[in-house]
Design a protein around this ligand. Structure first.
Ligand SMILES: [Zn+2]
Length: 106
């Protein structure tokens, strides 16, 4: 079996968000990878939160992955704000910035 090329399906706002989404996709049996840290060296002045992290999946999973990511962000309608002040998409159960549980922020 040939190793597929990877297809970019999403830009996460942080590595933390990307890692959450990789976990989300894994629960659908979609293998995902994220990348971004390797670009960090070239743009060292930017704070980590300003660096977008590409999320990649195999092309055969790209459509499904995009749907899942869209649903995750539309879930429950409203975004929520964490106690740390960061806004999170409704589908996230944990704050992408600090990892706090959504329920703790209500
Ligand atoms: Zn937070």
């Amino acid at each position: 079996m040939n190793e597929p090329d990877w297809q970019l399906v999403y830009h996460a706002a942080s590595e933390f968000e990307a890692a959450l989404l990789v976990g989300l996709l894994a629960s659908y049996r979609i293998e995902a990878r994220y990348q971004g840290q390797m670009l960090l060296g070239a743009v060292g002045e930017l704070p980590p939160t300003d660096i977008q992290v590409g999320l990649w999946v195999a092309p055969r999973h790209a459509e499904q992955a995009e749907r899942i990511l869209q649903q995750a962000q539309q879930q429950d309608g409203a975004d929520w704000q964490c106690q740390c002040g960061e806004d999170n998409a409704a589908g996230f159960e944990l704050c992408w910035a600090c990892g706090r549980d959504k329920d703790e922020s209500k």
